[in-house]
Design a binder for this molecule. Structure first.
Ligand code: ZN
Ligand code: FE
Ligand code: FE
Length: 196
């Protein structure tokens, strides 16, 4: 017997639940690899949000009287895998930041696609409570994506394109030494925008 949309909806919820849990493990690695303070903070903030999204999906399962269950998400696993390979490359700090943003945005776009369908299906199926919860997460994913674009376009891409900048400019006075930082140039980078 062929299965209805409700079954596809629950399957997709399980896939997305697993994706969020994979991201809870991956986001700290992105944060750790980031050199710019504002980028690291953006990843850390989205990590907190992502933990909330896991909880929200548990509420969605409850609203449907479904058991909370994940099902391995190959899509996000592939995106995370590509991100890990990039982190092993020997890019300069700003270029690595630009790459981390690109990796993060791949994940956000994947999630936006997933939640977009979930919201639409929840509405079509008349699962209003689920639709509302899923919509909240969809908005958070869009905001996270826009935040990454703003960081890229607000200085990180230009810094990467213009070469190395010095430690003080990147991290301010309270800077901790960064592992990847290796600058031999005295060339000044363009002024950076507001960082916090
Ligand atoms: Zn249903
Ligand atoms: Fe998420
Ligand atoms: Fe996300």
């Amino acid at each position: 017997m062929s299965k209805p949309l409700h079954d596809a909806f629950v399957d997709e919820l399980r896939d997305t639940y697993d994706a969020e849990k994979q991201l809870v493990k991956a986001l700290p690695k992105l944060a750790k690899a980031a050199s710019a303070d504002d980028l690291r903070e953006a990843f850390e903030a989205h990590l907190e949000e992502t933990r909330g999204q896991v909880t929200r999906l548990e509420q969605v399962f409850a609203s449907l009287d479904e058991k909370v269950r994940g099902k391995h998400c190959d899509g996000i696993a592939g995106i995370i895998e590509e991100g890990s390979s990039i982190m092993q490359e020997d890019f300069d700090a700003s270029t690595m930041d630009a790459c981390l943003i690109a990796a993060g945005q791949r994940a956000e776009h994947y999630e936006i696609a997933a939640y977009g369908s979930l919201v639409a299906w929840a509405k079509a199926l008349g699962h209003d409570a689920a639709a509302e919860l899923l919509e909240e997460t969809l908005e958070e994913e869009k905001a996270a994506d826009e935040k990454l674009s703003a960081l890229a376009e607000g200085g990180i891409n230009d810094q990467a394109a213009n070469g190395q900048i010095d430690e003080a400019q990147l991290n301010g006075d309270d800077a901790k030494p960064r592992a990847r930082k290796k600058s031999s140039t005295t060339r000044r980078a363009p002024a950076r925008g507001k960082r916090r």
